[in-house]
Design a protein around this ligand. Structure first.
Ligand code: FE
Ligand code: ZN
Ligand code: FE
Length: 198
């Protein structure tokens, strides 16, 4: 398919080099965003950090509701231990703010608010049915996947910005989120879903 964003060069233009340079200068185009108030990857990282700090604190507050509603003992235990892990993750984020020389600050994230709002509704609809535990896992995996995308991006940014200590801290949490997600899949497949089949 043609890349419509760039003018095509004639195929047999002998002056064309083999590798087209990726350039951020040159003629103004609709992709030229210079001058519109500079924002850097470091700014995006800081936004993400405030977002995830808000999200983790909110997840920490919401998990007890899920734990109380869960019937399966292995599911309950898994959620409880992930809540303890979440406390450590919040401390890790506070430490990252400290390393950046910034005050730890949370910023409302509409994405996690939406996921948690939906999970509350699902608990109301399914909580006291035999599908309750499946619905809890359904919601919790949405939360884990949200966290995996955020920590994944932030780990990449920190690496690119050469903040290796911060990148290492983010990688630890990223691995915990992935493990939590896998554990939920395991509990769903081995214990919970069949009980909910009609
Ligand atoms: Fe987390
Ligand atoms: Zn956000
Ligand atoms: Fe998590």
């Amino acid at each position: 398919m043609r890349d419509t964003k760039r003018p095509m060069k004639a195929k047999n233009d002998s002056r064309q080099s083999d590798v087209a340079p990726i350039t951020r200068t040159g003629a103004k185009s609709k992709n030229d965003r210079s001058g519109a108030g500079e924002k850097t990857l470091a700014d995006l990282f800081e936004h993400a950090l405030k977002d995830i700090y808000y999200a983790e604190k909110k997840i920490y507050k919401t998990l007890p509701t899920m734990i109380k509603a869960a019937h399966d003992p292995i599911l309950r235990e898994g959620l409880s231990s992930h809540r303890d892990e979440t406390a450590t993750q919040i401390e890790r984020l506070a430490h990252i703010f400290e390393l950046l020389g910034k005050r730890a600050k949370a910023e409302k994230c509409d994405a996690i608010d939406g996921i948690l709002e939906e999970s509350g509704g699902l608990l109301e609809d399914f909580g006291n049915t035999r599908t309750g535990d499946a619905a809890i896992i359904f919601s919790c995996q949405a939360v884990e996947h949200y966290e995996i995308t955020r920590y994944g991006s932030m780990h990449t940014y920190a690496t690119e910005l050469r903040m290796s200590e911060i990148a290492d801290l983010l990688k630890q949490t990223l691995d915990e989120e992935k493990a939590a997600d896998q554990k939920l899949s395991q509990v769903a497949i081995s214990r919970v879903n069949y009980a909910a089949e009609g």
